[in-house]
Design a protein around this ligand. Structure first.
Ligand SMILES: [Zn+2]
Length: 147
């Protein structure tokens, strides 16, 4: 009798393990897809920047980083770097803390059209699976209380 009682929870646990494994597999695949698309977006943004002679001094930002006692961001000194030239080249892809401080929009983030079309729905799917995992975990805890 004691042996039988012990087997029941472990059989349930195995079923739950399968569910968790399936969720983990789905998450893993979605995260790989997401990474590949972000890499693609990054390469496209940089390609556009290079093909349109993006300014190497400011990386299309219009300001440079000056580090004296404090960090400041004076305008880009390159005479060929104008609002028009920057509009044409866009921003170089690499996004830094200096960009964040200057309220620059990440060119490879949600404002990017490819990102909004492909990555945002993937993010929703990832959030959905994460919430399923939390629910399954809570269900497992409740079952645990019964035994
Ligand atoms: Zn510049």
């Amino acid at each position: 009798m004691y042996g039988k009682k012990k087997k029941i929870p472990s059989r349930i646990a195995k079923e739950e393990d399968k569910v968790f494994l399936e969720y983990e597999k789905q998450l893993f695949e979605l995260e790989i897809k997401r990474r590949e698309i972000i890499e693609y977006i990054t390469s496209q943004v940089d390609k556009n920047f290079i093909n349109n002679n993006g300014c190497k001094d400011c990386r299309g930002r219009g300001w440079i980083i000056q580090q004296d006692v404090e960090i400041s961001y004076p305008p880009c000194p390159n005479p060929n770097c104008t609002p028009d030239s920057r509009l044409k080249s866009g921003l170089a892809a690499k996004f830094t803390d200096h960009d964040r401080k200057n309220s620059v929009t990440n060119p490879c983030g949600p404002a990017n059209p490819i990102y909004s079309i492909i990555v945002s729905p993937l993010d929703s799917l990832i959030r959905e699976i994460l919430s399923k995992i939390v629910k399954a975990r809570n269900a497992l805890k409740e079952k645990g209380k019964k035994y």
